[in-house]
Design a binder for this molecule. Structure first.
Ligand code: RP5
Length: 207
């Protein structure tokens, strides 16, 4: 086993179900990673220690996920020049809007590459970390290309399956639900009666 090149941090163990998505993507690309808990508020010293020693250990990218007043990614970024990817987590009563703003709104000078909220964001963090590492690793760059092709193929197959399920037989004409209903008017047939005593045999309107 080689040394980890990506560090995944999270503010609490309650963030693990989300941050596992980052780990899953790194595994898919064959990238070594380490994963741990460090909170900007509850264990600030641990966060600083991790951030300052990461580069020397061989870490190339740090992914930091946190909820509520999510300062984790920003604090990590303040203590390292490694690229930091932030994942805001929707664990608060504000449904993550607080974490999103706290992570994304970094002042000029200390960037955090902020992903979308929750699982999708954590997944993208794993892919984005792979993209950063791929700039110096052809093997990872090729895996990323294969990943894109496979994703495209999966969507095409899903689309075909959906068409097969919802297909309507072409021969049967189905009226549009909002098409006006055609009402056939009943035509009154006029009856012609022979007038008694006129001797007339021709048709003529009845009086
Ligand atoms: C943040 O507070 C963590 O990132 C977590 O999302 C949130 C709640 O933490 P717990 O109270 O569940 O430990 O620091």
């Amino acid at each position: 086993m080689s040394k980890p090149v990506v560090g995944i941090l999270m503010g609490s163990d309650s963030d693990l179900p989300i941050m596992q998505e980052s780990a899953a993507m790194l595994q898919e690309f064959g990238i070594e990673y380490e994963i741990t808990i460090a909170s900007a508020h509850r264990t600030p010293k641990r966060v600083i220690e991790y951030s300052q020693s990461a580069e020397k250990k061989g870490i190339k990218v740090i992914i930091a996920g946190a909820g509520w007043a999510a300062h984790l990614a920003g604090v990590v970024a303040a203590h390292t020049t490694l690229p930091v990817i932030g994942v805001p987590i929707d664990s608060s009563p504000l449904k993550g809007l607080d974490a999103l703003l706290a992570t994304v709104q970094m002042p000029g000078g200390i960037p955090v590459a902020t992903m979308s909220l929750g699982k999708g964001g954590a997944k993208n963090a794993g892919i984005f970390a792979a993209q950063i590492i791929a700039s110096g690793d052809v093997r990872i760059a090729n895996r990323l290309k294969v990943f894109r092709v496979e994703m495209e193929r999966e969507v095409e197959e899903k689309a075909k399956r959906l068409i097969a399920i919802t297909a309507v037989p072409q021969a049967q004409e189905i009226p549009h639900p909002e098409a006006p209903v055609q009402i056939k008017k009943k035509t009154r047939r006029r009856r012609w009666k022979k007038k008694s005593g006129t001797g007339s045999s021709g048709p003529g309107p009845q009086a």
